[in-house]
Every structure is written in structure tokens, then in C-alpha cells.
Design a protein around this ligand. Structure first.
Ligand code: GDP
Ligand code: MG
Length: 365
């Protein structure tokens, strides 16, 4: 709060007392006196409120993308909660439901909602393609300049949306929710902790909760990031590595009210394979030689040293017939050469398929 206060005063240099003093003097003298009789914390609150108002205007339109799969009971309450939560937000919004081949009555309910309120839209897949596909398709249809994603199962709270946007106003490109107090089964909470720990270590990004459904993105982020497979878990990683700034805020999380979870342990482990994909595709896709070349050369050199040592022994008269190390040396040399060749091939592929538009340009003069 202090920071906000400071910023506000700074923007009004040349006006010794800051914006409030100027405003009071120019209006009513009595009012000004009363104003300064108010306790300091109340003045601060007014200051803060003014600041909030200013902050709200940074974005023009909000797009909410909601991927859903068999969530028929949750959809109507969710719609009402969103409407209620966004009333206080003085900006236009749209909601895009992405129905992913639901087999219950979800699609019908979504259609009804969209018919009654034109701010709600939907996209429906013929079959189930997965949450990442749904998000990617939702992102393609957004028209706002800020995009929020949330789950359809009422576990994410739409009242957190203004808080996400407030954090975005600080200049971040992606703000992720952190379900600090999480209402899910024990096994899920623990496996998720492990998943977050590994992702944190491997990606180097210091987030507590990578896989929170509730996230806010600048439109530029959703336009530029391709999410497929099960990569929706790694949106902050993908964004960070494309140079976007990422932050996290604590959000409330509710227990599941209706239906059941779609993410069991099996889907969870698929996520780890995806982590390797993410790391490789973001870090090394443009320079495969750095990965394959490094390990190839390392393996080749160790193999060469092992076999060199054996050769010296052989020259000194020790027979090689009972030296299993020989196989190790040969293996390391062969694997080394192969890895190196894969790196070279990769490098050739990158060179022949490089397009300018793959780099995200922030600004042009
Ligand atoms: N589009 C789409 N959404 C899905 C799929 N699986 C789950 N979801 C949605 O993703 C959100 C989170 O799923 P949920 O099962 O609650 O996962 P959990 O919160 O991790 O237990 C909910 O809105 C689901 O409807 C899917 O295959 N496709
Ligand atoms: Mg859920």
C-alpha cells in the first residue's frame, strides 16, 4: 500500500501536497478541513481507493476462458458467481466456455447460458481433446486485452479475478494463482507438491503452484504461446522462457461441489514426460547441438580415455580378452558419435526451417 501511495504522490510532482490536497483546496474549504480531521488510516484508504480506480482502467476488456468436461451441475452456479464477481469491475468482459466433447448435459446448459447473455460464448469439440487443446482454442477466440482462465468445477473463485488483474497492473504478463490452502484429496495434494517441486527445480522458476486453473495473461502471451498435449501445466514455464514476466498470488480454493475430478494419477505422470518436452522444446529446440553435441562429445571423450588406457595396457603386454572395460569404452564412443550426429541433423533441420515469426517481437520503432 505504501508503494502505491508513493507512486501516486510521485506522479504529481510540482504539487507539494499530492493529488488529494489539490482536489480539496479547489473544492470546498470546509470539506478540506473535515478531510484532514479524519484519522490517517481513513485518508490512506481513500488514497488507495483512488489508486484502485486508476488501476482498473489499464485493461479495456477481460476475456475469461473456461475449459470444461462433464461439469453440468456446476455451470449455472458458476455463471452466476462470475456475473456477481465482475459487477464491481468496471470493464467489459466476455466468457468463452470450451466444451471438450462432454457426454453429459454440459453443452445444452452452456448453450442456454449463451443464448440468455450475449457476453457468454462457447466452442464445442466433437470429441475429447484434453484441457490444453481446449485452452488453446479458447485463446484463439478471445477478443479482450487481458485473458483469465479458470476451472468450471467451482473450485476456483471468480472473486479472485480482480486481485489477479490488480497484480497484472503492476506490469506482469502472467499472474498465476497459488492454491495455498488446497481442498483436494490427500494423495492429490502430495503428488502435486512433488510435481511442483520437480518443476521448480528443472525450470528454475520460483512458483509454488504451476497447475492452478486460475491464471491471468496479457493477450500478447496467449497469442504467442502454443499449448498442446498436457502442457497447460507449464504455461508459466512456457511464458517465462519466451521472456514474459510471471508472478503469483495466493487464491482461495474450494472443495469440489459436484461431479468428480478428471485428473487422476495416470494423467499426472504423463505430465512429467511433458516436462522433459517443455524443457527441451523451449531451451534447446533452436540449438540442438548444445544438448546432443555436449553429451555426445562427453561420452566420446570418456570412451576414448577408457580405451586409450586399455591400449596402453595392451602395448605393455596385458591381454584384452578379460577386460570388460573395453565394452564400456566402445559403448561410450559409439553412443557419443550417435548423439553428436543427432545434434548435427537437428541443427540442419533448425537451419532449414527457421522463420522470423517464431521470435516474439515486443516493440518496433
Ligand atoms: N476441456 C477440457 N477440460 C477438462 C478436461 N479434463 C478436465 N477439464 C476441466 O479442467 C478443470 C479442472 O479439472 P478437475 O477434474 O477439477 O481437475 P482437478 O481440479 O485438478 O481435480 C475443470 O473445469 C474440468 O472440467 C478435458 O479433458 N478437457
Ligand atoms: Mg477441480
Amino acid at each position: 500500500m505504501d508503494k502505491l501511495l508513493e507512486e501516486n504522490t510521485n506522479t504529481n510532482t510540482g504539487n507539494a501536497g499530492g493529488p488529494i490536497e489539490r482536489q480539496e483546496k479547489s473544492s470546498d474549504d470546509n470539506h478540506a478541513k473535515n478531510y484532514y480531521r479524519k484519522p490517517y488510516y481513513q485518508r490512506r484508504r481513500k488514497f488507495y481507493k483512488q489508486n484502485q480506480q486508476q488501476e482498473k482502467t489499464q485493461f479495456k476488456k477481460l476475456s475469461i476462458v473456461i475449459p470444461l468436461f462433464n461439469e453440468e451441475e456446476s455451470l449455472n452456479p458458476l455463471t452466476n458467481e462470475i456475473r456477481k464477481a465482475l459487477k464491481q469491475l468496471e470493464m467489459g468482459f466476455e466468457v468463452i466456455f470450451v466444451d471438450d466433447g462432454s457426454t453429459d448435459g454440459s453443452l445444452k446448459i452452456v448453450k442456454d447460458i449463451c443464448r440468455q447473455d450475449k457476453r457468454f460464448k462457447y466452442v464445442s469439440f466433437r470429441k475429447n481433446y484434453g484441457k490444453s487443446a481446449a485452452l488453446q482454442t479458447g485463446f484463439k477466440h478471445v477478443t479482450g486485452d487481458v485473458v483469465v482462465t479458470m476451472d468450471a468445477d467451482l473450485q476456483d473463485d471468480p472473486n479472485e479475478i480482480p486481485n489477479l488483474l490488480k497484480k497484472m497492473n503492476e506490469g506482469f504478463d502472467l499472474v498465476s494463482g497459488w492454491k495455498k490452502k488446497r481442498h483436494d484429496p490427500f494423495i492429490k495434494k502430495q503428488s502435486s507438491k512433488f510435481f511442483n517441486f520437480v518443476t521448480r527445480i528443472m525450470s528454475g522458476i520460483k512458483l509454488h503452484d504451476f497447475n492452478c486453473g486460475l491464471k491471468a495473461y496479457r493477450r500478447e502471451v496467449t497469442d504467442n504461446i502454443k499449448v498442446y498435449g498436457e502442457l497447460h501445466r507449464y504455461m508459466p514455464v512456457l511464458a517465462d522462457w519466451e521472456g514474459f514476466s510471471v508472478a503469483e498470488i495466493v487464491v482461495t480454493h474450494h472443495p469440489r461441489r459436484y461431479g468428480k475430478t478428471k485428473f487422476g494419477i495416470s494423467r499426472f505422470f504423463k505430465g512429467f514426460v511433458d516436462l522433459i518436452t517443455v524443457i527441451f522444446s523451449t531451451r534447446y529446440i533452436k540449438r540442438p547441438m548444445h544438448f546432443f553435441g555436449f553429451f555426445g562429445a562427453l561420452s566420446f571423450i570418456i570412451g576414448l580415455l577408457v580405451n586409450g588406457y586399455l591400449t596402453i595396457d595392451w602395448i605393455n603386454g596385458k591381454p584384452l580378452s578379460n577386460r570388460p572395460m573395453l565394452f564400456l569404452g566402445m559403448l561410450l564412443i559409439i553412443v557419443g558419435v550417435q548423439l553428436f550426429s543427432v545434434g548435427l541433423l537437428g541443427e540442419m533441420l533448425v537451419k532449414s526451417s527457421l522463420h522470423d515469426e517464431e521470435y516474439i517481437i515486443k516493440d518496433k520503432g
